[in-house]
Design a protein around this ligand. Structure first.
Ligand SMILES: [Zn+2]
Length: 74
């Protein structure tokens, strides 16, 4: 009877997207691919504030295109 036991395999380590540190990518780390709850929280917060900031900073190209139409008056 031979039972393969990959238990000795080390847990894979990935780079934490938030702090760029080592993060254990295994079921034991419930915040993977982040290394900790704080890093996961921080990343989501930065993402949310960035998407909120975009709409007010983007100019409307439709208004610029309409400007050329006024020159074509008959
Ligand atoms: Zn981290």
């Amino acid at each position: 009877m031979s039972t393969p036991t990959p238990a000795s395999k080390p847990a894979p380590v990935v780079t934490c997207p938030s702090c760029k540190g080592d993060s254990i990518f295994a079921p034991s780390n419930k915040w993977r691919p982040f290394c900790s709850e704080r890093c996961k929280d921080h990343d989501l917060g930065a993402w949310a504030s960035e998407s909120f900031r975009v709409p007010s900073a983007v100019p409307v190209p439709d208004e610029l295109a309409g400007d050329g139409d006024t020159q074509n008056m008959h």
